[in-house]
Write a new protein. Structure first.
Length: 223
């Protein structure tokens, strides 16, 4: 898989190294001449190709070969740059998957399909969700959103009075456009099947659509 990362700072470099170790063809676009020269000289991350260019310039992206990319990740420290790169990647080069970093949570509402973003990653919001997930019982917590909010990964820690407690997954009547993807119980990960019986205290991870989330909430929390 060919991955092009816009932004060669600490975040982009780390992501590039991880993806390269996984065997992908990884390219970094960075407009800081000194950093590109330094990283090329150091050979870091190993096997990653650096490009000195502006990721907001369509001609630069064409030369780098964005048309052949499977995924573009816009992870600079500037939300405006990330949005412009995402829009060009999707509209000019029809990149199948565009992931964008949200630096200022107040800007997250713009990171949607209108700007070419398939998945927006907001670290502050993710941290909030993880904190909430750690302390909430009987409440639905949205961990991640996909496809501009049309799909989400949610988590519910089942309370003692949950209508789903002591019932098999197959008997709970989950909507067709939702899937229970994992059950965490006593520090173990259970791959769910239809006959998996849920228990109070289980952390249930469900992939839902915007249309099914309310029904799933009622099944797991009763509210």
């Amino acid at each position: 898989m060919k991955v092009i990362i816009a932004g060669g700072g600490a975040v982009g470099t780390f992501i590039a190294g991880e993806l390269r170790e996984a065997g992908h063809d990884v390219h970094i676009i960075e407009q800081d001449d000194d950093r590109v020269t330094r990283m090329r000289h150091a050979g870091e991350p190993a096997g990653v190709e650096w490009h000195l260019a502006d990721a907001c310039e369509v001609n630069s992206l064409r030369v780098i070969g964005l048309a052949d990319a499977d995924v573009v990740a816009a992870v600079t420290g500037d939300d405006e740059d990330n949005l412009v790169t995402s829009l060009l990647a999707k509209q000019e080069f029809a990149v199948p998957r565009v992931v964008a970093r949200v630096n200022n949570p107040k800007n997250e509402w713009m990171f949607n399909e209108n700007w070419g973003v398939d998945v927006a990653v907001s670290t502050p919001h993710l941290l909030t969700a993880l904190v909430e997930e750690a302390v909430s019982v009987g409440s639905l917590v949205r961990l991640l959103s996909f496809e501009s909010g049309r799909a989400s990964l949610i988590e519910v820690t089942l309370a003692g009075d949950s209508p789903a407690a002591d019932k098999d997954i197959a008997d709970l009547g989950f909507p067709r456009d939702s899937t229970v993807v994992a059950v965490l119980r006593n520090d173990r990960v259970i791959v769910p099947r239809g006959d998996t019986r849920l228990q109070a205290g289980d952390e249930v991870l469900v992939l839902v659509t915007s249309e099914s989330i309310d029904e799933v909430r009622e099944i797991l929390t009763g509210s």
